[in-house]
Design a protein around this ligand. Structure first.
Ligand SMILES: Cc1cc2nc3c(=O)[nH]c(=O)nc-3n(C[C@H](O)[C@H](O)[C@H](O)COP(=O)(O)OP(=O)(O)OC[C@H]3O[C@@H](n4cnc5c(N)ncnc54)[C@H](O)[C@@H]3O)c2cc1C
Length: 380
């Protein structure tokens, strides 16, 4: 079988690994437009459950990923200079570049052909010479665009602006920090992903963005401004840029997931707002699901039909939770009157996936403090 993959991100590389590992005779080629060491962004996070799935799917890459991890169990919410920690949430962070290196190395070991600096323009031609063609070319997928009449994508640009920085200030937990100034409300999503660096994503609503004057600010001035907004949190460390620019989150859905021998995977197929930290997890788990469908069916067409059937409901559930979370951050300014404990509770339950009972199981002391605060407020 001849499999071609457009895009050497987590989805494409991991599908190549899983398929080559159990079918060494298959010819599998990944085409990536960037070089092996180029990437955007800083670190990505995984939950404990994702790691168990990765271990089962491919033990060597799982071991290398977990060796490189920074792990933690707390979500910290910072509001009005007070930090509330909620424990019992198992997360790990890894540099995106390191994750890609591990996956690239594993591909090479197994005999997957990797072509870097090879941008594919003619999808139809490559599809014609493939038994299976995977469009794993990310959120702005050219494959999806070229075959949009078949995939029928829905692309929804969200109003908030966000920018993805790094910093050498270490945030030992998934830290959500809220700061206000005369322009409005800023939220930072930060977490440590190795011994020296944290991801630091800043998000704000369009009103705040306009009032702060970012439209006419260059990259250095923007970083300086946001460094000032989060000065108390960054502890003197500057924000680090990796070609970091303001963007709007793009929500991607597709009515159909495959067309003939062509299938979309990862961000090309679906996105889930970064505030639930699931993009890379979903990309890797897509690869696991698609590989399983090939194991269970006899030909490519049935495998692709099966993939959409079993995976779509899972993705829809994540996207629904991610949408709630995204909306919460878009309306964060309405919650700034809450005291830090109540805000932390609102944040933990925002996606509808966590309720009071599960919070009590995760961190009884936190729920106890929330209820005490509520009782005091009632008494007042
Ligand atoms: C601000 C922000 C924060 C995030 N935080 C997290 C997080 O904490 N945890 C998490 O799990 N996820 C996070 N994500 C999401 C995560 O980065 C993506 O979901 C994940 O990388 C998707 O993997 P992928 O392989 O589908 O796509 P990508 O990683 O985007 O890979 C696609 C690849 O295709 C290549 N390509 C594109 N077009 C072509 C072409 N024509 N020819 C050849 N190659 C091509 C690209 O160069 C790219 O390397 C975040 C995203 C953002 C924007």
């Amino acid at each position: 079988m001849n499999i071609n993959i457009i895009g050497g991100g987590p989805a494409g590389l991991y599908f190549a690994i899983l398929t080559k590992q159990s079918n060494p005779a298959y010819e599998i080629t990944v085409y990536e437009r960037n070089g092996p060491h180029d990437t955007f962004g800083w670190g990505v996070v995984f939950s404990g459950k994702t790691l168990a799935n990765l271990r089962e799917a491919d033990a060597p890459s799982h071991r290398r990923i977990t060796d490189a991890f920074a792990a933690w169990d707390n979500v910290d919410v910072v509001h009005r200079d007070q930090k509330i920690s909620i424990h019992g949430n198992s997360f790990s962070g890894i540099a995106r570049l390191q994750l890609l290196k591990i996956l690239q190395e594993r591909c090479s070991e197994l005999g997957v052909t990797l072509h870097f600096k090879r941008e594919i323009g003619n999808v139809a031609k490559l599809a014609g010479s493939s038994d299976l063609l995977i469009g794993a070319d990310g959120v702005n997928s050219m494959v999806r665009e070229k075959f949009k009449n078949h995939f029928e994508p829905t692309l929804n640009v969200r109003p908030n602006k966000y920018v993805w920085y790094g910093t050498n200030q270490l945030f030992h937990g998934l830290t959500l920090t809220f700061r206000q100034n005369q322009a409005g409300v800023f939220a930072a999503h930060s977490y440590k992903f190795n011994q020296t660096t944290s991801t630091f994503i800043v998000e704000c609503d369009p009103k705040t963005w306009t009032k702060a004057g970012f439209e006419n600010m260059n990259e250095a001035a923007t970083r300086a401004y946001l460094g000032e907004v989060f000065a108390d949190d960054l502890n003197g460390h500057p924000l680090l840029s990796n070609n970091s620019k303001w963007i709007n989150f793009l929500n991607v859905k597709n009515a159909h997931w495959s067309h003939d021998n062509l299938v979309l995977l990862g961000d090309a197929l679906h996105t889930a707002h970064f505030s639930i930290g699931s993009g890379t997890k979903l990309a890797l788990e897509d690869a696991i699901a698609l590989k399983q469908c090939f194991d269970e069916t006899k030909d490519a067409r049935s495998a692709l039909t099966q993939f959409e059937k079993v995976r779509k409901p899972v993705i829809e559930e994540y996207q629904a939770a991610a949408q709630e979370s995204c909306l919460w951050f878009e309306n964060a300014r309405q919650c700034m009157h809450l005291d830090p404990l109540e805000l932390a509770y609102e944040i933990m339950t925002r996606s509808g996936k966590v309720d009071e009972e599960s919070l009590r199981r995760r961190d009884p002391a936190f729920m106890h403090a929330v209820n005490e605060e509520r009782a005091k407020r009632k008494a007042r």
